[in-house]
Design a protein around this ligand. Structure first.
Ligand code: 2M8
Length: 431
């Protein structure tokens, strides 16, 4: 804990540390003990950055445990299942994904068959920077390096379905923003067979009842091809280039270049890859008419119109053109986002018909997306925006605790309690 903290800040720090300690399984951190009893990919990247400030060795273990689930193709799955947990504790569990039947999946861990925002190289770099012992930090980076390289090679080889350098997602769960209104159109366009799946079997309350059959159908469709890369390229009906996913991909590619320098590898291929992602992000996902970033649906060839939190992801691009920075700042401060929310940043445009202040990724404010925007705004030198995000994020936690998400108007906490990334990112903010 930093000696600079005030009394109130050290109390907050200790409360956050207690949440992370309680959610530690011995090898990794669960997002929340009741609702999410396994290891999630981008949760672990956030948790790693928080643990880096609290228990450095656990932060390393967090990444190592996650990469144990990596497939031979380099695909880093979005869930690594905890074998010690009752099989039906979470749906969709291992029985939906059947990774055990896949020769490319690891033999000693059950996993999902799709990925999540690739924030891990970025997390590894922050972990190294927070290390007290840089020799040890460098050794850890050398150990995790092949996994990070394979993860990025997988995205470049098998997910550049638009051929311009971006990585496409094949399921809303891959975005991390599950039921975002951004996915309403591509989900509505799916041609499902007559219901073969009964939502009544779900053992937990769903964030929203809608579209769960579509989520499951997308999984079974992909799974039944043996998670074939060719299927994603040629046939899979949900294929989208998302701004936030690709902004994390870009941030992590820049981090790979820096990590290469630290461990004595060649940074140039990663710099080159970053240039390509940056260009594609700005050429393909920037909408000059509305001055914001939008997902591109590769099956229709059209950008998806609704503005969501994902539209701001490219603030993480260090080379973002000035016009784009200005456009994003205007939108962020407008009455569609921070301007009308007492507790910014809502995950969807408040004025959009699909906005819902209480519904998961359709309106509430989340700590991880605030943190990503804070990180981006700080790096862009947007100090006023960064301070606004910093203050409002800590205010949410002080008022409502380490909840999963929050009402953007009055800050009421929603979803699960003692949520790991909410705690972890507070540690990073306070550090
Ligand atoms: C939520 O996603 C899972 C599916 O992956 C779910 O709804 O069951 C999302 O908030 C996602 O971003 C997060 O990684 C996961 C675990 O916290 O929960």
């Amino acid at each position: 804990m930093s000696p600079r903290l005030t009394g109130d800040e050290s109390a907050l720090w200790q409360a956050a540390a207690r949440v992370l300690d309680a959610n530690w399984t011995g090898a990794a951190t669960v997002p929340s003990p009741g609702l999410y009893p396994h290891q999630w990919s981008w949760d672990s990247a956030f948790v790693c950055m928080g643990l880096a400030r609290h228990r450095h060795e656990r932060a390393e273990q967090e990444l190592v445990s996650l990469f144990r689930g990596q497939w031979e193709s380099g695909m880093l799955p979005h869930i690594v299942f905890n074998g010690g947990v009752e099989r039906h504790a979470y749906f969709p569990g291992p029985e939906l994904w059947r990774s055990g039947e896949q020769s490319r999946a690891p033999g000693d861990a059950e996993t999902s068959g799709i990925t999540q925002p690739p924030l891990h190289a970025f997390a590894a770099l922050r972990l190294y920077r927070a290390a007290a012992d840089h020799d040890r930090g460098r050794n850890f980076l050398r150990a995790i390096w092949p996994g990070l390289l394979a993860q990025h090679a997988y995205l470049a080889r098998h997910r550049d379905l638009g051929g311009a350098g971006l990585a496409a997602i094949c399921h809303p769960w891959e975005s991390g923003l599950d039921n975002s209104p951004a996915w309403d159109r591509p989900l509505a366009a799916l041609q499902l067979p007559p219901a073969s799946y009964a939502p009544a079997r779900l053992p937990r309350a769903l964030p929203t009842g809608v579209d769960y059959d579509r989520y499951v159908w997308l999984v079974t469709t992909f799974r039944d091809t043996g998670y074939a890369d060719g299927h994603l390229r040629d046939d899979h009906p949900f294929v989208v280039e998302d701004p936030l996913f690709n902004a994390t991909y870009l941030a992590s590619t820049h981090a790979l270049a820096e990590l290469a320098g630290i461990i004595g590898a060649d940074p140039e291929p990663h710099r080159e890859a970053a240039r390509r992602i940056h260009e594609a992000l700005n050429d393909r996902l920037w909408d000059p008419d509305h001055a914001c970033f939008r997902p591109l649906d590769l099956r229709t060839g059209k950008q998806i119109p609704v503005a969501t939190i994902s539209s701001f992801g490219p603030l993480l691009d260090p080379d973002l053109p000035a016009a784009a920075v200005r456009g994003l700042v205007d939108l962020l401060l407008s009455a569609r986002f921070a301007g009308a929310a007492g507790y910014p940043v809502p995950t969807c445009d408040i004025q959009a018909p699909s906005f819902d202040r209480a519904a998961y990724w359709r309106g509430p404010t989340w700590i991880n997306t605030n943190w990503l925007l804070w990180t981006g705004a700080s790096a862009q030198g947007l100090q006023v925006i960064a301070d606004l995000l910093y203050g409002s994020t800590l205010r949410l936690i002080r008022q409502s605790g380490f909840r999963e998400y929050f009402d953007p108007f009055d800050g009421t906490g929603r979803g699960s309690h003692d949520f790991s990334w909410s705690a972890a990112l507070v540690l990073d903010l306070l550090a």
